[in-house]
Design a protein around this ligand. Structure first.
Ligand SMILES: Cc1ncc(COP(=O)(O)O)c(C=O)c1O
Length: 393
């Protein structure tokens, strides 16, 4: 039965589920292709699910944490998280950014998704607006709409950097937030310090910049992304260890609220309350203790870089326009046909699964995830070449 005609389901959810169907469609096509061609002949570039093991330091810390006994170690705790973990994260963040964070500025969350939902719940009234930069992580629309907000997409420039005059034009009396994501999913671009400085000049109070940073530790060629808190006065950071530690199933991250925000105290209380009534209650207890011990442990980024170079070099030699990502683990090439969905079908005929740019609000492109194994990546390359040939004929 169609969800839209089933009155037990809210109309808004039925509509959102229809809008969110790209990844789901890829998943279903993947099942069908595996049945038809055999799993070994399907090359899945559609998912951002890390294929590497978490760093040894993380697994060691996990073993240590579960072997210790502590009073109320598995019990309720303050909604914002274990005080000693928040203090450890604050020290770590202060050392990196130079901003004097204290434990009270850190709210442990269920990954970046939990952090973004929490802060949006705290600041959006129904009808308020949140700007996202296109192409964008498609879940943002639903996170914003969860709280009655309206998503306002603003195109990035030809290098996928924020277009500051366009953002300035989109800011209105109801704009409460701008969501930034660098290193970016899906483009792999890292925003420059210069563009962030120019952005800072146009962000008025009470608007917040929600900087979604799960990919910060995943950069290539030794690049360090500019320090958000040092540049953007009105930033809050949504952090996650999902990608850095390859633990997306464990749901652990934090929201950091800059102590210099005039409304910092009110925002901390509002976010803590929002996290409680959204049903998160608190971030997973064991994983708080683990990340508090090894906050900087990161997967071996050189494995992603090797696959990035392999894929980009091969695509370039076939005539694809495929900018080399500076960070995250996605490549975002132009599709040889302007109709990205039509080109995705040519790839599917080769057993290759990719997500059309349309799913990220930018047609004419496709997203390829480097979480695929190196062996599958290499075996998929003739398929990319044949699909290019077919698009040109
Ligand atoms: C840009 C971006 N933000 C947020 C998330 C959600 O991350 P988490 O697993 O920490 O909730 C993802 C996951 O793919 C992402 O790519």
């Amino acid at each position: 039965m169609s969800l839209t005609t089933n009155s037990a389901i809210a109309g808004s959810i039925a509509l959102q589920m229809e809008q969110s169907s790209w990844i789901r469609r890829m998943f279903e096509i993947g099942i069908q292709l595996r049945r038809e061609r055999g799993a070994e002949n399907v090359f899945d570039f559609s998912l951002g699910n890390p294929e590497v093991e978490p760093p040894a330091a993380v697994l060691d810390a996990l073993r240590q944490v579960v072997s210790e006994s502590r009073l109320h170690g598995h019990g309720y705790m303050p909604n914002a998280g274990f005080p000693e973990v928040r203090a450890a994260i604050a020290r770590n963040l202060a050392a990196r950014t130079g901003v004097p964070f204290g434990a009270e500025d850190i709210l442990m969350t269920n990954g970046a998704a939990g952090a973004i939902n929490t802060v949006l719940k705290a600041v959006l009234d129904p009808g308020d607006e949140a700007i996202v930069l296109s192409p964008y992580f498609p879940e943002y629309r639903f996170y914003i709409e969860n709280h009655g907000g309206r998503m306002v997409p603003v195109d990035t420039d030809e290098h996928f950097q924020p277009d500051i005059p366009a953002i300035a034009r989109a800011i209105g009396p109801r704009t409460k937030a701008l969501i930034l994501n660098s290193p970016n999913n899906p483009t792999g671009v890292v925003y420059t310090a210069d563009v962030l400085r120019r952005l800072d000049r146009i962000v008025p109070e009470p608007m917040l910049v929600v900087s979604d940073e799960p990919y910060r530790p995943l950069t290539y060629d030794g690049l360090t992304p500019p320090e958000t808190f040092g540049i953007l006065r009105r930033a809050v950071v949504a952090w996650s260890w999902s990608k850095a530690m390859a633990i997306p199933g464990e749901r652990i991250g934090y929201l950091a609220i800059a102590p210099h925000l005039p409304e910092a105290a009110a925002l901390r209380s509002a976010c803590t309350f929002a996290s409680r009534i959204l049903g998160y209650i608190n971030a997973p207890a064991i994983w708080q203790l683990v990340v508090g011990r090894v906050p900087d442990a990161t997967v071996d980024v050189s494995r992603y870089q090797e696959k990035r170079d392999l894929l980009c070099d091969a695509l370039h030699s076939m005539g694809y326009h495929a900018p080399r990502p500076q960070g995250s683990f996605y490549v975002f090439p132009k599709t040889p046909l302007p109709d990205d969905v039509a080109f995705i079908r040519l790839l599917q005929a080769e057993g290759i699964l990719a997500v059309p740019g349309t799913g990220f609000g930018r047609s004419g492109y496709m997203r390829l995830s480097l979480t695929i194994s190196k062996d599958d990546l290499v075996r998929s390359l003739p398929g990319f070449e044949r699909a290019m040939g077919r698009a040109r004929s």
